[in-house]
Design a protein around this ligand. Structure first.
Ligand code: HEM
Length: 368
């Protein structure tokens, strides 16, 4: 006789079908992956930690310093492209295996600029002038570098750069940055003193052509034995400086640097020596606010010859991101924390400006 059924308890659940178990597990996995992706997305976007410094926050701050930077670089926003060549002397090959340092001539696409957030800024308002290069070797390896005419950088860390940028934001009510905010920033950032001393005392000149441009960040040259040599590099002009009071430069008009460049190039090429400075043990490689002693040995790596100027809107430099960490084999970043930040922030600025230009082109096309 079969056992009597206990009518008080529910019938036992049928065992799950193997197909259903697999389906439930697959749904759980998909949900977990979606959840993780959403969390990672929110983290990357900075939504989970609004105080975290992200490339987007830095670029947002850089975009609020006056003028209309849409479609333009978010720093060094006013510039002009150039074409030229780098004539390597071969002297750098003892320090680095980089193919662009082997004796030879390599094409360059570069850009002169003033360090401003406003693409229409008057040239006499730009205390810092810059020169960026992309040198390409026949094997396709590239050396990209953005250099400034100051002897040191204004800050040592990405956080301080952000704070200085926020302090420089233009107040829409006055059209100027709040002088108290900048004064407070510099009062609380003594590391900026060498830069400020340069900014107050360095002579203003009439030209991009007579400026020395400096990498400021340290890098490492790696030689054939694998040994690493900490270096900074500079472009040292062959043109003598023509100094004028800044008021006299302002009176020349808002675009005197571009006019001067084009006039000089109409007479012939402009040249700079690319000079590497070797650190001595103990020289700081992680702090761009600190100059190295002037007696450090140097090596003349070759000559940059600038031959042709191009307007930025149609020039070859427009769509180049002069990310200073794009380096050939044989040259590597140092431990300077600004380098990784520059790479991430320049990429964000590049993505925005190229997307803005593409949207503008699409809108112009559909209006036709
Ligand atoms: C955390 C520190 C820094 C940040 C966040 C920053 C940010 C930027 C950004 C957003 C751009 C525009 C990039 C583009 O859209 O292509 C730019 C351009 C530039 N920066 Fe920096 N920068 C920093 C430090 C430096 C340093 C230490 C130097 C030293 C020389 C420098 C030199 C330049 C130059 C030369 C350009 C113009 C490149 C060109 O002409 O396209 N920057 N910077």
């Amino acid at each position: 006789m079969p056992p009597a059924r206990d009518t008080a308890s529910p019938p036992p659940a049928p065992p799950p079908r193997p197909g259903r178990t697999r389906q439930a597990a697959a749904f759980a996995l998909i949900a977990a992956v979606c959840g993780l992706s959403a969390t990672a997305f929110a983290y990357t976007g900075g939504w989970l930690s609004p105080d975290r410094l992200t490339p987007a926050r830095i670029v947002d701050a850089l975009s609020d310093r006056g003028g209309d930077p849409i479609g333009h670089r978010r720093n060094h926003s006013k510039g002009i492209c150039f074409l030229g060549t780098f004539e390597a002397s071969g002297a750098g090959t003892a320090l680095s295996t980089a193919s662009v340092l082997a004796r030879g001539s390599y094409p360059v696409v570069g850009r002169f600029a003033i360090a401003t957030g406003d693409p229409m800024a008057a040239d006499a308002s730009g205390r810092v002038r810059s020169l960026a290069v992309r040198i390409v070797a026949p094997d396709g390896q590239e050396w990209r570098s953005g250099m400034n005419n100051s002897p040191v950088f204004v800050v040592a860390t990405p956080r301080a750069f952000y704070e200085q940028t926020v302090a420089s934001e233009v107040d829409p009510a006055t059209g100027h940055p709040d002088p108290k905010a900048l004064a407070h920033f510099f009062a609380t950032h003594p590391e900026s003193a060498p830069f400020l001393a340069w900014a107050k005392t360095a002579p203003w000149t009439t030209s991009f052509a007579d400026q020395q441009y400096n990498s400021l960040n340290a890098f490492r040259f790696i030689d054939a034995s694998g040994a690493s040599h900490p270096v900074r590099w500079s472009l040292v002009p062959t043109a003598a400086p023509q100094v004028e009071p800044v008021a006299a430069l302002a009176a020349k008009g808002p675009d005197f640097l571009e006019q001067d460049l084009k006039a000089r190039l109409a007479r012939g090429p402009l040249t700079w020596h690319l000079v590497a400075t070797l650190a001595a043990p103990g020289d700081p490689t992680d702090d761009a606010t600190k100059a190295w002693p002037a007696d450090r040995p140097t090596v003349d790596l070759g000559t940059l010859e600038v031959t042709t100027a191009q307007d930025e809107a149609t020039g070859a430099c427009r769509d180049i991101n002069y990310d200073p960490t794009i380096l050939p084999t044989g040259i590597a970043p140092s431990d300077d924390p600004l380098l990784a930040a520059r790479s991430a922030v320049y990429a964000n600025s590049f993505d925005r400006r190229t997307a803005e230009l593409a949207r503008h082109a699409t809108a112009a096309g559909s209006a036709r």
